[in-house]
Design a protein around this ligand. Structure first.
Ligand code: BEZ
Length: 233
């Protein structure tokens, strides 16, 4: 366990020395690693086993916001599994701390974590994935989420600061949007949720503009202009 920094103005945050870190980006291959977890030692890509994965960091064990987030993810694990997603958490706490916290969460909240937690005491994973943001905290990871597809490509990244818990509905919305756009060669508009109309990619030639006008006459299509067409799936 470690004492997390609570705000940007804490001395630890302002005196942070820059640390070597990589910041993987959307479209990059997800860095592979070997790590100790609450489910035993594993190699990340091997563990993923060709499924989608959500790799998320939490700042520290035995902290209130993290307790709400990790138990909510546990309660909704079946919703991720139904989407072919595996969850894996990481913090820089020790395996002993993780094991004690997992037991404590079951005791106080009645929730068992079905997914592994990585004990990243040497900050290897945190550095590989750019989860240390020294301006926010010199000592612990921020709340990061990496959405990784079955080919091992990073498809979306979300970061939250220490004092804001994540919205799991939004995390699942991103999962649905990624899988829907992959399956249907489309895009998702603002506030899209599963079942809503999707965006048909804009035409790239006059020929396609003409074809798009015809397409828009089909049932389930809504055309506001040649570049803005929505359709039901
Ligand atoms: C929390 O999970 O409550 C927390 C963790 C680190 C810093 C601030 C809050």
């Amino acid at each position: 366990m470690c004492t997390p920094g609570m705000s940007k103005s804490s001395p630890a945050a302002t005196e942070a020395a820059p640390q070597p870190t990589s910041m993987p980006r959307i479209g990059d291959p997800a860095p592979d690693f070997r790590a100790m977890t609450t489910h035993g030692e594993l190699t990340f890509r091997e563990w993923a086993g060709g499924k989608w994965t959500l790799l998320f960091s939490h700042p520290a064990d035995f902290t209130p916001v993290c307790s709400t987030e990790l138990t909510e993810l546990a309660k909704r694990n079946a919703e991720f599994e139904a989407r072919n997603f595996k969850l894996i958490g990481v913090s820089i706490d020790s395996i002993h701390s993780h094991l004690a916290w997992v037991e404590n969460l079951t005791k106080i909240l009645g929730v068992e974590l079905p997914y592994p937690l990585i004990a990243d005491t040497d900050k290897k994973v945190a550095q590989l994935y750019g989860m240390m943001h020294p301006g926010e905290s010199a000592t612990v990871t921020v709340r990061a989420l990496f959405f990784i597809d079955p080919k091992g490509t990073i498809r979306a990244i979300i970061y939250y600061p220490l004092n804001v818990g994540r919205n799991i509905d939004e995390v699942l919305r991103v999962v649905d949007a990624l899988q829907t756009t992959d399956a249907n060669a489309c895009a998702c508009p603002v506030n899209w949720k599963k079942g809503d109309k999707v965006i048909v990619p804009p035409p790239k030639s006059m020929k396609e503009v003409k074809a798009r006008k015809e397409l828009a006459k089909q049932p389930g299509h809504e055309q506001l202009d040649f570049y803005l067409t929505k359709k039901s799936l």
